[in-house]
Write a protein that binds this ligand. Sequence first.
Ligand SMILES: Nc1ncnc2c1ncn2[C@@H]1O[C@H](COP(=O)(O)OP(=O)(O)O)[C@@H](O)[C@H]1O
Ligand SMILES: [Mg+2]
Length: 294
Amino acid sequence: MAMLNSTFKRPLSITIANNKGGVGKTTIIRYLSFCLALRGYKVCIIDEDPQANTTKSMIITRDLYHEDDDFVLDKTMMAGVRDGNISDLRVNVMENLDVIPSHIDFKKFPTFLNKMFGVAESGDSQYHAIESKKLNYMKDLIEPFKKEYDFILIDTPPTASEWTRTASFASDYVILAFQTQSDSLDGAITYIEEELTELVEKFGAKTDVLGILPNQMTNKGAIDLQVVEDAKKIFGEENLFSNIIPFNKRVQSAPRSGISNEGYWNEKLFANVMEPLTDDFLHRVSIFEGVEGE
Ligand SMILES: Nc1ncnc2c1ncn2[C@@H]1O[C@H](COP(=O)(O)OP(=O)(O)O)[C@@H](O)[C@H]1O
Ligand SMILES: [Mg+2]
């Protein structure tokens, strides 16, 4: 097992973003968190998507490591958010990896924020004050336990919303996922232009883009290199992850079988998809952050 070979100077929270669905956000969270934990990094996933796809696969993964006790959801994310404490919701998946599970009732999050802080449209005199409180609410919920981890990885639903805004605002970095065969590049551009820029310029978010990560989601012949070329032109080559996540049928079974690096197909997936992604990720983080002891 590859062990921790570098430590970063601060705990890092990272959101996987794109204003389009089905681009691989959840897939990236699953594999990155698993591999980072195996390498000795302490990782916590926060699932901010009420569809709870990450949660479901992580609970199945948890059952692979905790054979004799069944998972029971004691308290939902929405209940924790209402109580002002999500730290108690943490569920251990495996050594070094925890998850804060989502649940369908987290759909009520925007309504909760509206009731708590009020509603204002961009342009209203109260907009900045109200929106700032909403944005800081999730950030403040994460802060008490952030230092217990090397990485906090936040999964979000696919549309620009209070979920994605609060997650980005609470993050040191975002990774922009896009799939090579679609117009999801537009979703990445919209995210930067309409969402991230406002958070940084108007609300003082300290969020930086860690990189643009292409994912090949079909095996229809060659990779759509044109989309990758377009991404390089738009964002600059240095802002793209060096590896494209390759198409791999096995990726689609993770939600049902959990994440593992054992067995023939899992070993292949681990070697061909998960490990290169993790190497690329850590390489980028060390460029942005430097490494402890330097
Ligand atoms: N590289 C890949 N190879 C094969 N299937 C993939 C790949 N990446 C994602 N998928 C599949 O595509 C679907 C959408 O991916 P997902 O990670 O759930 O996207 P998102 O979270 O952005 O909505 C899932 O069924 C997933 O298994
Ligand atoms: Mg998802």
